[in-house]
Design a protein around this ligand. Structure first.
Ligand SMILES: [Zn+2]
Length: 194
């Protein structure tokens, strides 16, 4: 009478070991994301103020679409018009190779030792943008806003934070993608208000 019982227990144990082995394969460290952090963030519960000036051509529409794209993702951040935390503007820099450019400054460090953003400038270069369609400019504007939130460049063409036009030429990326959302969730779920 003990044999079948003990065999059954042994089979169950082997089954548990097999499950354990499968779980450890799934948990093997591997790059789970493409996003890159600038190690800076906005410390105000994800409420990010922006202002716009000197916009030309399609750039106002493109930037407003891009702001709406980010606000519509269900992320713990929200852009709202007000003070110039993020200053959005056009500046004709000629044929310098940059359709958009974002720079930032921060004061003290906070959560995770990251810099607390104090101001960001996100500009478009109408030398290029005035010859592009709204959708192309929107991809650049949304990309610059990704920087304004604290994301760096990826090496994945299927993400918004890929640094050149091949993200939309090859992959049709005009708005934040899953990996971009993951990066922002990571920053602001842990550090939004701290
Ligand atoms: Zn960039």
């Amino acid at each position: 009478m003990h044999w079948p019982h003990s065999r059954a227990r042994r089979v169950r144990l082997l089954a548990l070991l097999a499950v354990g082995a499968a779980a450890s394969v799934l948990m093997t460290p591997r790059p789970a994301h493409a996003y890159v952090l600038w190690n800076v963030y906005w410390q105000n519960n994800g409420n990010i103020q922006y202002c716009e000036s000197s916009m030309t051509g399609n750039d106002t529409t493109a930037f407003n679409n891009a702001l709406g794209n980010w606000n519509g993702q269900g992320l713990p951040i929200h852009f709202s018009g007000g003070s110039c935390g993020v200053h959005i503007f056009d500046e004709n820099d000629g044929a310098n190779g940059y359709t958009g450019y974002t720079s930032y400054s921060y004061g003290s460090t906070g959560c995770n030792g990251w810099g607390r953003l104090s101001s960001v400038s996100s500009k478009l270069n109408p030398y290029y943008t005035n010859n592009e369609g709204v959708q192309e400019v929107q991809s650049t504007a949304a990309h610059e806003l990704g920087h304004a939130l604290g994301l760096g460049h990826t090496s994945d063409q299927g993400t918004l934070m890929y640094p050149n036009e091949y993200r939309y030429i090859n992959r049709g990326v005009y708005t934040p993608q899953a990996d971009d959302r993951s990066g922002i969730s990571y920053i602001y779920n842990s550090c939004g208000g701290k």
